[in-house]
Design a protein around this ligand. Structure first.
Ligand code: ZN
Length: 490
């Protein structure tokens, strides 16, 4: 099948035909979490969006190198150049080593991502493991004349850069507007201009995470890690860079400036940004007490939640909106997703039981084409899901005998559902282990019934053998006056 994939590029502000630089290889870099707290609803959108893109590109036959970093140093409070490091602050409050905080929340992040059934990235580099690469990049930017040192800190010189390049090329901001964006901050007098940003910061004596450099004992600026690690693992010019829209400015804008200054070229062909999640129409934020963590969502333990929502409900909820649209979280919306997901999965079970007929009364090839067209149109998952629901309608009609499918069409329909629901949307059956438990319980009950029959026929050899065999499997059998009870040893 001929697939022409169109991707909306934030840089050009339009949909472009996807033509990778070195097919079949595709390099994709996505900004990962700063690991100082549990993943919350806001983390799910980029994780699932870029998982969908990763899965679809792989489905089309590309070999994707997906790099998603872990920010474990240099991300200061309020995303600014002053203030405490987010991880160091958590470590100080909890009396832990910063790397203990990093390990603890990285493990929890991974567990949540597994629950959401997102595929692991190909490489997951940590900022603290790439201090040398970051220092080398600062040196290059200094050598090129786009940065200056002040009191052991190094700042990117936006004014100098703007004489020959456009800082604002990605976000569309103008330098004059930037002056309004930057706030007056303590210690800002080190910078020539308030919108310059730190490439390297000299550490104060109480600062915990610091390294030697040609300028001072200090730590890298937040924007630098992604430029350094992207270059290291994907090259100076690579295919896709993604992240949430909140990272567009100043983070990604500054990444472009750093790469242009250090390597003499823009780093990325296609920039992809997912939109944000709002809660009951409001922006998410700690001060608003509406930043719901994934663990709270899965357990239902938050004032805003009427009940617990399963990981696949959350995944389906996010996929039901196009990644570039806003998505409003509410209990009603999640309950609607839960229902929709249940309908889709029960149709998948029905599909397995359908029998072919001599003739087809519906066009399955058209359904397949519609599914591909949706994904090729900038990964339009809500439109894909609407076509899959047309498939659900067909499955249920065939099951009711109102429509029929010949063998070839039935095989194609199964292929469409397996590929689009499982491989591409990344949905899975939930409670599968629960069903296996149910199955196991009925199996043991049946075996014990046979044992009861044996006993009734005075066939004690068989009855004892069944009990002994079950004991070997650590299933204890206790005879009662009505038959037998069983329990499993831990
Ligand atoms: Zn980044």
């Amino acid at each position: 099948m001929e697939n022409k994939l169109f991707i909306h590029n934030t840089l050009s502000r339009k949909k472009e035909l996807f033509e990778p630089l070195n097919p079949p290889l595709v390099g994709m870099y996505v900004c990962g979490p700063t690991v100082y707290g549990d993943a919350h609803l806001g983390h799910t959108r980029p994780a699932i969006t870029f998982d969908l893109i990763f899965r679809y590109l792989q489905h089309l036959g590309y070999k994707v190198r997906y790099v998603r970093n872990i920010t474990d140093v240099g991300h200061l409070e309020n995303d600014a150049d002053e203030g405490e490091d987010k991880i160091a602050k958590k470590a100080r409050l909890e009396q832990l080593e910063p790397m203990e905080v990093v390990q603890y929340f990285t493990d929890r992040y991974h567990a949540n991502m597994d629950q959401l059934n997102t595929k692991h990235p190909s490489i997951e580099p940590r900022a603290s493991g790439h201090i040398i690469e970051q220092i080398e990049m600062v040196k290059k930017i200094l050598d090129a004349g786009y940065a200056y040192e002040k009191n052991g800190s190094v700042y990117f010189d936006i004014e100098k850069y703007s004489r020959s390049h456009r800082y604002g090329i990605l976000s569309g901001r103008k330098i004059e507007d930037l002056l309004n964006y930057t706030r007056q901050l303590e210690g800002q007098d080190e910078k020539k201009s308030s919108f310059d940003f730190a490439l390297w910061k000299k550490a104060t004596p109480e600062h915990i995470m610091k390294w030697p450099s040609p300028w001072s004992i200090g730590y890298p600026g937040w924007h630098l890690e992604c430029s350094a690690m992207g270059t290291k693992y994907l090259g100076e010019y690579f295919d896709i860079h993604g992240g949430g829209m909140d990272l567009l400015f100043p983070h990604h804008e500054s990444e472009i400036a750093q790469s242009v200054a250090a390597n003499g070229k823009e780093p990325v062909k296609y920039w992809i940004h997912n939109n944000m999640i709002t809660i009951n129409g409001q922006k998410m934020g700690k001060s608003l007490n509406n930043a719901v963590s994934l663990n709270e969502l899965f357990s239902g333990q938050h004032d805003l939640l009427e009940k617990a929502y399963s990981p696949m409900t959350i995944r389906f909820f996010i996929l039901q909106a196009h990644y570039r649209s806003t998505l409003d979280f509410s209990n009603e919306a999640l309950q609607a997703s839960e229902k929709g997901f249940g309908k889709l999965m029960s149709a998948m079970e029905t599909l397995e039981k359908l029998k072919p007929a001599a003739q087809s009364t519906v066009n399955i090839e058209e359904l397949e084409k519609n599914c591909y067209d949706a994904m090729n149109d900038d990964f339009n998952s809500p439109v894909l899901i609407s076509h899959l629901f047309e498939g659900v309608r067909i499955i249920n009609s065939v099951n009711d005998g109102k429509e029929s499918l010949n063998e070839k069409d039935l095989i194609l329909l199964k292929k469409i559902f397996n590929e689009f629901v499982f491989d591409i949307l990344g949905l899975t059956f939930e409670g599968k282990s629960g069903r296996q438990d149910d199955l196991l319980a009925s199996l043991i009950d049946s075996i014990l019934e046979i044992r009861q029959e044996a006993k009734a026929n005075n066939d004690y050899a068989t009855s004892d053998k069944i009990r002994d065999e079950l004991n070997k499997l650590k299933i204890r059998v206790k005879d009662t006056k009505d038959g037998a009870e069983w329990s499993m040893e831990d």
